[in-house]
Design a binder for this molecule. Structure first.
Ligand code: ADP
Length: 491
């Protein structure tokens, strides 16, 4: 029984009549004058007609749009008279209800012995979906073009030099301002021309950092000198961000070059002034300090308590001025790379046992030192201590409510990590990236202590010169933890 059903089914499936009627495309046969003699069920269902209405009654022209009728007369039929096969002709078919669907027609022709056209067999492919897809594609392209020209208009309007680059970091677009700044021909961006306009001292750094950012798909930022069309070098801040596709690959890079020449020049003047001023101040302050130290010896607290108190106050103030002037002097020397490091291998435990004695004596703060391991660092102990003291002094200054200041040293892989944690007010997240910048002071609610904004900058320079890393983690209301890492040395 089962066998019988199966055979029936196969028979039905391979029945040529069935295949013709229900094929996934329309079939149509018409005579030389266009009269339809045969049409399959598929095409009838697309058109909304029955066989009786069409076969022997309607002609091909009755099924197509008005524009199609002209095309039929002028091109389609003349072509069929010339060649036996005509493929991929586009007609709009009109349904019984007047609506239209687009179709692609492939036609084969029957000629009589005089080569006269007798009949045509045509297959009809409904391309509504394809058309819609093409239309959507076109609309998307139009929108992308409009967005692009809007972007170009905007980028030509602003004073920045704007560029985009492909995934490999190769520049693909520059705005008008970009070309006019360098005096390059519009429309013909040449990498070699532009790289030649970067100051020779900045060129290697720029290329290296750019390649690094492209490989790591990370934000790019650098300050370099770019040569304008007059031949003058001007400082620019170049920034670029990767634009990611949904699958996480980089679609392109968007970049800008901002003129920061005036800003850099102003900082340079400020640096020059600070270097000169701090040098001028250094000598009188050193002698003032020496004199105060001498005077201190002649004043006895029991004999002259008021004078003793004033002396101590004067000494504290002069120490403070000395440390401020030292900071200013350090900045200048660090900037010009003048500070030579006196490196030697030293024990972290020994160092931590003597550091920050001024805090250990302070009754307000409890200094906790935590180092369970025998660790060694190869570096300038005095400078590294300066970093730690700065962290601790900042904790006392900016986390005055913090009872305990914790110094912790631990090994993490090949590195020693030293951190100073407080339970102060913490620092807002948006301020964190700038804390180690020169002259930066996080001005936020609750921060009332004064300073020059140089301490952490000096710390960062010292650690950088030791090839270490420096950073901070902080949570508002919880406290801050400033840290640095240095390579472990073998003692
Ligand atoms: P200065 O102390 O002269 O302002 P620093 O470079 O030492 O300069 O510090 C920069 C800024 O970092 C400070 O102005 C302060 O706002 C913030 N800061 C540093 N340490 C802490 C800390 N432990 N808690 C909260 N804020 C801190």
């Amino acid at each position: 029984m089962e066998q019988h059903d199966h055979t029936d089914f196969l028979k039905e499936l391979t029945d040529p009549k069935q295949l013709y009627e229900n094929a996934p495309c329309g079939y149509l046969s018409f005579t030389a004058d266009g009269k339809i003699v045969m049409i399959n069920q598929t095409l009838l269902s697309w058109l909304g007609y029955t066989k009786e209405v069409v076969e022997g009654q309607l002609s091909y022209k009755d099924l197509i749009s008005r524009g199609g009728k002209i095309y039929y007369e002028m091109f389609y039929m003349p072509l069929l008279r010339l060649q036996p096969h005509v493929n991929e002709i586009n007609f709009d078919f009109v349904r019984a209800d007047g609506t239209v669907f687009p179709a692609l027609i492939n036609s084969s022709v029957f000629y009589d012995q005089h080569k006269k056209l007798v009949a045509v067999n045509a297959t009809v492919y409904n391309i509504t979906d394809r058309k819609r897809y093409e239309y959507e594609l076109l609309a998307a392209k139009k929108q992308a073009d409009a967005e692009r020209s809007q972007f170009e208009l905007l980028s030509d309007f602003i004073p920045e030099l704007i560029f985009t680059a492909n995934e490999q970091g190769e520049i693909s677009y520059v705005n008008k301002r970009f070309n006019s700044f360098f005096g390059l021909n519009a429309g013909s961006f040449n990498k070699v021309d532009v790289v030649a306009k970067v100051h020779p001292q900045d060129r290697f750094k720029l290329i290296k950092n750019w390649m690094f950012a492209v490989q790591g798909k990370s934000d790019f930022q650098i300050e370099v000198r770019l040569q304008n069309l007059n031949g003058d070098f001007q400082w620019h801040l170049i920034r670029a961000l990767p634009v990611f596709a949904a699958d996480g690959t980089v679609e392109r890079w968007m970049g800008s070059c901002t003129d920061i020449n005036q800003h850099v020049k102003a900082i340079q003047h400020l640096d020059e002034f600070i270097t000169v001023a701090s040098h001028e101040l250094k000598t009188p302050i050193t002698s003032l300090n020496a004199s105060l130290q001498l005077m201190e010896r002649f004043v006895n607290e029991d004999e002259n308590p008021r004078l003793f108190k004033f002396m101590a106050q004067a000494k504290r103030s002069s120490d403070k001025v000395k440390s401020l002037v030292d900071d200013l002097l350090h900045t200048g020397s660090l900037q010009s790379g003048q500070i030579a490091l006196q490196k030697k291998i030293f024990s972290v435990n020994d160092w931590l046992s003597y550091t920050c004695s001024h805090v250990k004596m302070d009754r307000h703060f409890k200094l906790e030192v935590n180092c369970d391991e025998e660790l060694f660092i190869d570096g300038d102990e005095h400078r590294i201590d300066q970093v730690l003291v700065n962290f601790v002094n900042n904790a006392m200054k900016y986390a005055a409510d913090s009872k305990t200041i914790l110094i912790k040293a631990e090994s993490i892989g090949e590195k020693v990590k030293v951190s100073v944690s407080d339970q102060g007010a913490g620092i807002p997240t948006d301020k964190l990236p700038y804390l180690f910048d020169r002259y930066y002071r996080a001005d936020y609610e609750g921060g009332s202590a004064t300073g020059l904004g140089l301490g952490l900058y000096i710390c960062a320079e010292i650690i950088r010169r030791h090839k270490g890393e420096i950073g901070v983690s902080s949570e508002v209301g919880q406290g801050s933890s400033f840290w640095f890492t240095l390579p472990i040395a073998t003692g």
